[in-house]
Write a protein that binds this ligand. Structure first.
Ligand code: FEO
Length: 394
């Protein structure tokens, strides 16, 4: 990727990682990602905002070949996909000082071995003048590490947000050109990375509401030339109100649990509840995470394997517990052969989900009519609860 100016003295640098398919050895990246860095040149000083993943150091260094001086390297976030080239950049630019929060200082020392004497910490709303360009640092902890901050460039009305508002999307587009594609990628990013910090993000959105900016420049994915697009998305996602949606995440080994799932989908559909069904044996867990952003109800479907839930259900339940969606109701359905503790085990995996647990439906072997009747009762229990929240009409 070449350096691209989008305001006088403000360049996008960094790298597009078209082929990366996994982040943190955990998160699927169906559309790759990018690591955006930004060069801001004032009349007196030059700042580099974030760097790139360690795998892309050479790309960034080549982009910087014509840059003689860097006075400041701003580290919004010490995770290596943005901080990975800081040691090499600071080796090349011996005059450069690393600018970060006090927590960022500790992380930079531990993770990057930056010399403490080359680090300058900044307070919330502290400013740094580059000459005609003023950087204002806003502390925004837990998007998504404790040290995270964003930078507001006053004169150009740009918010450099790092992970906050980002999307894992490899693209040659400088700005969002296909809102539908970017919306899903940004929602996926929110679901997987940001959702556990929903409450504090609401406070950050309030803070940002007092700043006027025309561009949001994240460190993953394209820039937002219309900030309301992503701000309104986040406002919806972090709200406490779920939507009239039920997620059914299941595994079926011999078809019995699947029969229960199919009946439940039909019963919920008949009660005007939108259902999103995921077979955990084949689903992209990112799609499941996206669905959990809005859902009011989660039903886990599992066969019994050695008395407990299927291992893929265990994995998905662990993830759901970690990302803390705003779910209100949950239940378990499934089939077993001779004995089961699947319900107790699943319930033990999701302590973070503050949900009302509805009566489970477990059947021995292939479902019979009374099992299907129990599925109907489960759907009948879900409907008035959605109704009470105002999610579905009477
Ligand atoms: Fe994109 Fe938290 O790093």
């Amino acid at each position: 990727m070449r350096a691209r100016a989008f305001k006088p003295g403000v360049h996008l640098l960094g790298a597009v990682d078209w082929d990366r398919r996994l982040f943190d050895s955990l998160i699927p990246l169906p559309d790759g990602t990018s690591y955006n860095a930004y060069l801001v040149q004032g009349s007196d000083k030059t700042a580099l905002l974030d760097t790139v993943d360690p795998t892309m150091v050479a790309v960034l260094l080549e982009q910087l070949d014509r840059v003689e001086h860097i006075d400041y390297v701003v580290c919004h976030h010490a995770e290596q996909d943005h901080s990975g080239a800081i040691p090499e950049v600071m080796d090349r630019y011996r005059e450069a000082v690393l600018v970060t929060t006090s927590k960022g200082r500790d992380l930079a020392i531990d993770h990057l071995h930056v010399a403490p004497e080359r680090i300058q910490t900044v307070e919330h709303q502290e400013t740094l003048s580059l000459g005609g360009k003023t950087l204002e640092f806003l502390h925004t902890p837990w998007v998504h590490w404790p040290e995270t901050m964003v930078t507001y460039l006053r004169e150009d009305r740009i918010l450099f947000s790092c992970d906050f508002f980002g999307s894992h999307l490899a693209t040659t587009d400088l700005f969002v050109s296909d809102p539908g594609v970017v919306y899903e990628a940004a929602k996926r990013y929110y679901a997987e990375i940001m959702m556990p910090f929903r409450q504090i993000i609401r406070k950050h959105l309030d803070l940002l509401g007092s700043y006027a900016f025309d561009i949001v420049a994240p460190s993953h994915g394209p820039l937002y030339g219309t900030p309301s697009f992503i701000l309104e998305g986040y406002a919806d996602w972090v709200s406490d109100t779920p939507k009239n949606e039920a997620v059914i995440a299941y595994v079926s080994m011999h078809g019995s649990t699947r029969k229960l799932v199919e009946r439940l989908v039909a019963e919920l559909e008949a009660r005007d509840i939108t259902v999103r069904q995921f077979d955990l044996a084949v689903t992209d867990l990112g799609k499941l995470a996206i669905a959990l952003v809005d859902a009011a109800t989660l039903v886990v479907g599992t066969p019994t394997v050695h008395v407990g839930p299927h291992p893929l259900v265990v994995h998905a339940a662990n993830l759901a517990n970690a990302i803390r969606p705003k779910l209100r109701f949950a239940s378990v359905i499934g089939s077993y052969g001779w004995a089961t503790k699947a319900v107790e085990n699943v319930a033990g995996l999701i302590p973070n989900l503050k949900v009302e647990v509805l009566d489970p439906v477990l059947c021995k072997g292939l479902p019979r009519e009374d099992d299907y009747a129990a599925i109907g009762r489960l759907a009948e229990a879900i409907r008035p609860r959605h109704q009470a929240l105002g999610l579905v009409g009477a």
